[in-house]
Design a protein around this ligand. Structure first.
Ligand code: MG
Length: 393
């Protein structure tokens, strides 16, 4: 999609050096928490990806809000389409760098499995509800989904993914939660947040692919929704630059603003992808790392150049102020928070209203948080109406 359609930016050198000596190798995986015989036709990371695609939590992503509530329009991104776009960008970059594409795809498809209904409004509210019970954090919840909450296998809870996939899923983690993880899994996925070491290059890449994806698709969704305009976006350097280039090269398109916008976004995506590839290659060379073990001890290596980073931050700030905090988005946010808060109170006071597995759990508050976090937007609204008799949103 990228290399064939656009000239490379100035300064990009070809051919690309492969970082494959630093890539995660499924033959040398740190393995699964429960030993399983290898699959005859798939390596460990392909198997991880397949398990994620077949999980219940993955299918629910289609009805979970990214920015716009699921029922607000058919063309807006949902958590599912967002995850697919992250996987596409991640795989493209991984292929160019010689990193493990299967692992990148697995992490990208799983990275948002722990998201609550109603986007960040849902997550923030659940975190408030859990303030005296260990809090709620969506990255840690994604790990809980793949480690514990999925029920697919006879002999163990969760999907029993490889260490490398689980490490990538746990993108951020507080010190307190990391220490908690470390107690149950010494030297496991919580350790790097205590030691301040880095995850694999594949995991680092997924973090950046996530940001590249949502910055671009939120422009598209924001304009489509009518909440932001092209005129406003022209204040953002990254957008304005490619918008002007597009109009210069295709003057006849000025009557077709949507096509101009897509071409602008496409060029932005391409340039960010090339920037990450070039910057990462240089950073790896500068670090002198020649093994995965050394990658873990180096600083973050998958990164934007300083120039691209500042342009990306400018875009992110714009979207935050103009889209995510738009009065129309905030209005639905308030009601979404009320739905989550009232659901939480209802299940805590009447645990039997939850499925038996959740109601029977020793830690009632965690169980309620797990149950609500797993809900799609529309299921949460139905449950809220059933339990309170009031219809919101
Ligand atoms: Mg994401």
């Amino acid at each position: 999609m990228y290399a064939e359609s656009l000239e490379l930016p100035v300064g990009s050198s070809q051919p690309l050096a492969s970082l494959s000596a630093l890539a995660c190798d499924p033959a040398h995986s740190r393995g699964r928490r429960f030993a399983e015989p290898p699959a005859p036709t798939r390596n460990a990371y392909q198997r991880d990806r397949d398990r994620i695609v077949h999980s219940t939590a993955f299918r629910r992503l289609v009805y979970k809000t990214q920015v716009f509530l699921n029922h607000e329009g058919d063309l807006f991104r949902t958590r599912l389409t967002h995850s697919l776009e992250v996987a596409q960008l991640g795989r493209s970059i991984a292929r160019a760098l010689g990193l493990n594409e299967d692992l990148v795809e697995a992490i990208a498809l799983a990275h948002d499995l722990g998201h609550t209904p109603f986007g960040h409004a849902g997550q923030d509210t659940l975190n408030e509800c859990m303030a005296n019970h260990g809090g709620f954090e969506h990255n840690l919840q994604s790990l809980r989904v793949v480690d514990q909450l999925e029920e697919r296998y006879p002999a163990f809870d969760g999907l029993n993914l490889s260490f490398e996939a689980r490490e990538g899923v746990l993108k951020h983690c507080s010190r307190v939660n990391a220490e908690h993880l470390e107690r149950s899994e010494p030297g496991g996925v919580g350790r790097r947040f205590i030691d301040h070491t880095q995850p694999s290059l594949e995991a680092q890449l997924c973090n950046l692919a996530d940001a590249i994806a949502y910055n671009a698709h939120d422009i598209d969704d924001g304009v489509r929704s009518g909440l932001i305009s092209i005129e406003q976006l022209l204040q953002v350097e990254l957008f304005a630059h490619y918008h002007q280039l597009t109009l210069d090269q295709h003057p006849g398109l000025s009557e077709k603003p949507r096509r101009v916008m897509y071409e602008t976004i496409r060029r932005m995506l391409s340039d960010q992808v090339y920037d990450v590839i070039d910057t990462t290659r240089l950073a790896v060379a500068d670090s002198g790392a020649d093994s995965l073990a050394q990658v873990r001890l180096a600083g973050p290596l998958v990164a934007f150049s300083l120039n691209m980073k500042s342009r990306s931050i400018e875009l992110k700030k714009f979207l935050f102020g103009q889209l995510y905090r738009h009065p129309q988005v905030m209005q639905t946010t308030g009601q979404a928070q009320q739905v989550v808060r009232e659901l939480f109170a209802a299940y805590v006071s009447q645990p039997a209203e939850m499925p038996a597995d959740f109601a029977a759990n020793d830690d009632l508050h965690r169980s309620v948080a797990d149950y609500i976090a797993g809900m799609t937007d529309r299921f949460a609204l139905r449950e809220h109406e059933r339990l309170t008799g009031r219809k919101l949103l």
